[in-house]
Design a protein around this ligand. Structure first.
Ligand code: NAI
Length: 328
């Protein structure tokens, strides 16, 4: 019989956690034959821990056959003890009157501690997906603080942006399924500077770019994808959770079980990339995955507009990095 693997989820009592945990326990992330033990981390705060207790009760009540245990704790080393996977979701949200730089600094401190704890407690082969914002820079900080774990095991979630872009193209071109859209890439930062790039995309094998006008691409498609998070907050009053959880499931599932040659976007270390993106950043790239490894897809081209967009997102990531350099 297959041995269970241990999956850590931080911020487990939050919105995304609530949408994510039942799906992991149901086998949607690691497959229908892979039992799991969930390690749930929350802040050492009575309200958060009470909510976490409730989540644990509901997980029990789902009676998932693949769920072989739950560790619920505010002790970070317990949460990361011998884990095979870590989904770092918990982060401090931007409160009223807080500057972006304040959020960056507060969260950077959290991800430094989490990087160290993963280094100390997790399996050396742990695969990490950072969801908590600013996700790319947080993943970079965690990696920098985990010298015994390969830096390439630290990734950030660009998949929500990728899937949002897929959906917009499918809607625009009346595709019967988003699965008909391929070779789309979201480059760069998970932020408003991201570059959703459809210049190489195909739909049922035909160029997307040739079937939409440039005016739509620049003035509707790109801003819609970049601003989608804000649009969800405006509509729902709270930020995207079901779609964010879905993207986290897809990110890890594809990394572990493979993409069968399809291109997906992942935030990964830029070191050694073939696109000339500055090294030392955590950047959204096109990848394919096989045998538990991701590999950058080479040879895609940027036009002049694309080059400008890439420069802007690199600049923003460099600024974020400069703001947290005392933690690296
Ligand atoms: P939430 O506020 O509902 O939940 C966050 C949870 O994390 C809370 O329960 C909180 O107690 C916990 N938490 C905070 N600091 C922690 C720490 N140091 N250790 C353990 N737990 C901690 O937020 P939600 O909606 O679940 O979002 C979580 C994060 O995901 C946010 O940073 C959000 O910006 C980000 N996000 C990222 C997306 C992406 O595409 N990368 C998409 C959507 C959200």
């Amino acid at each position: 019989s297959v041995q269970p693997v241990r999956v850590a989820v931080t911020g487990a009592a939050g919105q995304i956690g609530y949408a994510l945990l039942p799906r992991i326990a149901a086998g949607e992330m690691l497959g229908p034959n892979q039992p799991v033990i969930l390690h749930l981390l929350e802040r050492d705060d009575p309200k958060a821990l009470a909510a976490l207790e409730g989540v644990v009760m509901e997980l029990q009540d789902c009676a998932f056959p693949l769920l072989r245990g739950v560790v619920a704790t505010s002790d970070i080393n317990k949460a990361f003890d011998s884990v095979d996977y870590a989904l770092l979701v918990g982060a401090k949200p931007r409160g009223p009157g807080m500057e972006r730089a304040d959020v960056l600094k507060d969260n950077a401190a959290i991800f430094k501690v989490q990087g160290r704890a993963l280094n100390e407690s997790a399996k050396k082969s742990v695969k990490v997906c950072v969801v908590g914002n600013p996700a790319n820079t947080n993943a970079m900080i965690a990696a920098a603080n985990a010298p015994n774990i390969p830096a390439t095991n630290f990734t950030s979630m660009m998949r929500l942006d990728h899937d949002r872009a897929m959906a917009q193209i499918a809607l625009k071109l009346g595709a019967s399924s988003v699965a008909d859209v391929e070779k789309l890439v979201v480059w760069g930062n998970h932020s408003a500077t991201q570059y959703p790039d459809l210049s190489n995309a195909v739909i049922k094998g035909k160029s997307v770019a040739k079937n939409v006008d440039q005016e739509w691409v620049r003035n509707t498609f790109i801003p819609t994808v970049q601003q989608r998070g804000a649009a969800i907050i405006k509509a729902r009053g709270v930020s995207s959770a079901a779609s964010a959880a879905n993207a986290a499931i897809a990110h890890v599932r594809d990394w572990v079980l493979g993409t069968n040659g399809r291109i997906v976007s992942m935030g990964i270390p830029s070191d050694g990339n073939p696109y000339g993106v500055k090294e030392g950043l955590l950047f959204g790239f096109p990848v394919t995955c096989q045998n538990g490894q991701y590999k950058i897809v080479e040879g895609l081209q940027w036009d002049e507009f694309g080059k400008g967009a890439i420069e802007r997102t690199i600049k923003e990531l460099q600024e974020e990095k400069d703001a947290v350099k005392h933690l690296l």
